[in-house]
Design a protein around this ligand. Sequence first.
Ligand SMILES: [Zn+2]
Length: 308
Amino acid sequence: MLRGAKNDSLDICPPINAEPSIAMTSSPDDKRLLTGNRLLLKQITRRTMCPSIGIIGGTGIYDPEVFDIVDTISMSTPYGATSDAISIGRLGEVEVAFLPRHGTGHVLPPHMVNYRANIWAMKQVGVERIVSPCAVGSLQEGFEPGDIVIVDQFMDFTKTRDYTFFDGPKTVHIGCADPFCPEMNAIFDQTANRLGVSHHLGGTYVCIEGPRFSTRAESRMYRGFADVIGMTLVPECQLAREMEMCYTSLAMVTDYDVWAEHAVDTATILRTMSENVHKVRDILTDALPRIPDIHGCDCDRILREAGA
Ligand SMILES: [Zn+2]
């Protein structure tokens, strides 16, 4: 099932469910069976790593001092190339799959990221839960540079992206009233509280097309209904939902958007990010071991609820 996988030296779990049209298991017993199968496969193959947690990271998240990378997988997908090879390894004792959203060297601007390929590939390596660190601008005084926002809503102002795996003939309308995983959000909130990291549990992220920043008029309008602004959350979040994966966003505030009468410049954003990215790494390191194998959420039954 790993189409075009170039590295055949790494044994990985077969995909649990590569086709979005296949209903996932959903009963508690089924979930235990799923987890048992994953562990059994690891025991049988010995070298097999089966990360159920995937990190799609933006600038500054990947740190070779933190991630112990065991191997990398390059794959082609029915939707084209991923942003980069997926690194399989460990963060502490937790197996993770890591994919740099913008590619190594940050060569892909937000509107050029192949979100469908990235999410599809993560599903192929067995990922069930995605953590998505990203950088955002603030639309509200109370969301200060350096704060972490555990986003709970989004608004979509993108224009040219591929938004679904269901391009027909089958039509599927997934529910998106609460697009983020409540279980994961709660775990990251508890971790941030424990670590004393200034953060917000809940916040609305308005996603714009980019790559340009907003005009002042646009920024003032967005302030009426959103807390932070960025360019990458959509369609990544909804595609993960279509694959019945948990999705949570750790958004780091890097600046006040232009409504605050400050010019937004890339140098300031990068400086704030480099000064605060350790907070995201600390949260990940502490929170990932606390994520249970058996889901306490309903993210893995979204298609069933959509009648797919
Ligand atoms: Zn979930």
